[in-house]
Design a protein around this ligand. Structure first.
Ligand SMILES: [Zn+2]
Length: 447
């Protein structure tokens, strides 16, 4: 009994948060964490949970790709050694020469303080400065490490503080080093087959509307493909169906907030719409939608007494829906606030729209003569209308009700235009409760 309690005393729960180790030119924070996990497997440690891959506000200007941070939770009796080794990993694998600003945070306690949770919630929809992150680190006496300007501290703190209210899994397959930067080839039929066999337990793998494979990225990073799904079992099963043209290094499964719409749960305050914030508004369409150059559709909504211009971009493939809105329609609309430029004021870039109430679409037309069944002619401004055949006169236009082409429902962009965080149709009512850490299915594997 005695030795057991001593052992427990010496064991520490260590939370590790890593962010911003990648650049558009290469690397990937998930791959770095895969390397770290492979190292940890050889140490006398115990993994306490799946690695987490949390996506934060996708509408911030300085993100590389998806603004994702990675978290690990382990139990160790030599935290000092582990921490030093992880600092070495981050220092040597971060792509700092191409603009990565890595941040690393350690938190040594089982329970995560509320201040972390609060910070994390803000990072989902706000723009958080590195100054604020550095202040948080020093005020709370947190062990941290950073390179470059330290922007990565924001995600590193936030991933530790993240609380799941729903989750999905993503299995990421990594390439052999010799393949980095080369074109990814995968048998398309195998992806289609994987989707049809496992959907809706996996999602956003293949866009049948546009005949596009969605699981392979296009950049020079070490990821070969990523499979998103509801359970660890479903993503591992799905990965075995794929038929890649190259020998891969291995895979790791992350517990994630992808597909949860996490960044759009916050109601934006109409009187203080800061650039780069994400969230939703409920309001009334107050201007006729206009299609501009490039096929993007713009309209305005009114919330309380303020107006905001909204943009629906062509690739979303919901521009036609937007064009069919009329003033008076009540909508729930979500997305990110684009900074004002010389040409445009602030704009809400629409990521989904839900029609709550459809106004009547009235068309005013010259009246028809009841006797002759002919359209009457206008006699000029406020002069009324006259039938050219019989001389019958009427003072007002007639009102026609035009049937609406859209419905009271949710409209999402085409799956090819989804972000990592977009909650797809099949997940609208789905919420995954806490997932036990189950090691019977290998969550990390070298081929
Ligand atoms: Zn007439």
């Amino acid at each position: 009994m005695k030795s057991r309690s001593i052992l427990l005393q010496n064991e520490t729960i260590l939370h590790i948060g890593i962010d911003d180790t990648d650049s558009p030119r290469g690397m990937c924070t998930t791959f770095l964490s895969y390397k770290i996990v492979k190292f940890l497997e050889k140490q006398k440690i115990q993994f306490m949970d799946y690695p987490s891959l949390i996506r934060f506000n996708p509408n911030i200007p300085w993100k590389t790709r998806g603004n994702g941070a990675v978290g690990l939770t382990i139990k160790t009796n030599n935290p000092k050694k582990i921490k030093n080794k992880i600092i070495q990993f981050v220092a040597s694998y971060s792509d700092t020469k191409n603009g990565a600003n890595p941040g690393l945070v350690f938190f040594q306690n089982k329970e995560i303080p509320a201040s972390f949770h609060k910070f994390s919630k803000l990072a989902l929809w706000k723009l958080i400065s590195r100054k604020y992150a550095k202040q948080f680190v020093s005020e709370n006496n947190i062990e941290s490490f950073y390179l470059g300007n330290g922007q990565g501290l924001v995600g590193a703190i936030s991933v530790i503080g993240y609380e799941f209210f729903d989750h999905t899994f993503e299995l990421l397959c990594y390439r052999k080093k010799s393949q980095f930067g080369k074109k990814r080839n995968i048998n398309k039929e195998s992806v289609k087959n994987m989707q049809s066999t496992t959907f809706p337990e996996t999602f956003s793998s293949y866009d049948s509307e546009n005949d596009r494979v969605l699981i392979t990225p296009h950049g020079p990073d070490p990821v070969f493909c990523g499979i998103r799904g509801e359970t660890i079992k479903s993503v591992v099963k799905a990965s075995a169906i794929l038929n890649p043209d190259e020998k891969l290094d291995g895979y790791m499964v992350f517990k994630s907030n992808q597909g949860t719409g996490d960044h759009l749960n916050n109601e934006l305050q109409i009187d203080e719409l800061k650039p780069f914030t994400s969230g939703f508004l409920v309001g009334e369409v107050c201007s006729k939608p206009v299609a501009e150059q490039g096929g993007h559709v713009f309209f305005s909504i009114r919330v309380k007494d303020e107006k905001i211009r909204c943009a629906v971009y062509k690739p979303t493939k919901i521009t036609e829906v937007a064009q069919n809105l009329v003033p008076g329609d009540r909508i729930h609309i979500a997305g990110g606030i684009r900074k004002a430029s010389k040409k445009h004021g602030r704009v809400l870039n629409v990521e989904f729209l839900r029609v709550l109430h459809l106004a009547k679409n009235h068309l005013f037309a010259n009246p028809t003569c009841k006797k002759c069944n002919k359209k009457m002619k206008s006699k000029g401004s406020k002069q009324g209308f006259e039938c050219v055949k019989c001389g019958n006169r009427l003072s007002t236009k007639s009102i026609l009700e035009v049937p609406r082409k859209i419905q009271c429902k949710l409209y999402l962009p085409s799956v090819s235009a989804h972000r990592h965080l977009t909650r797809p149709y099949q997940r609208i009512k789905k919420r995954n409760k806490h997932a036990e850490f189950n090691t019977s299915i290998p969550w990390v594997h070298a081929f």
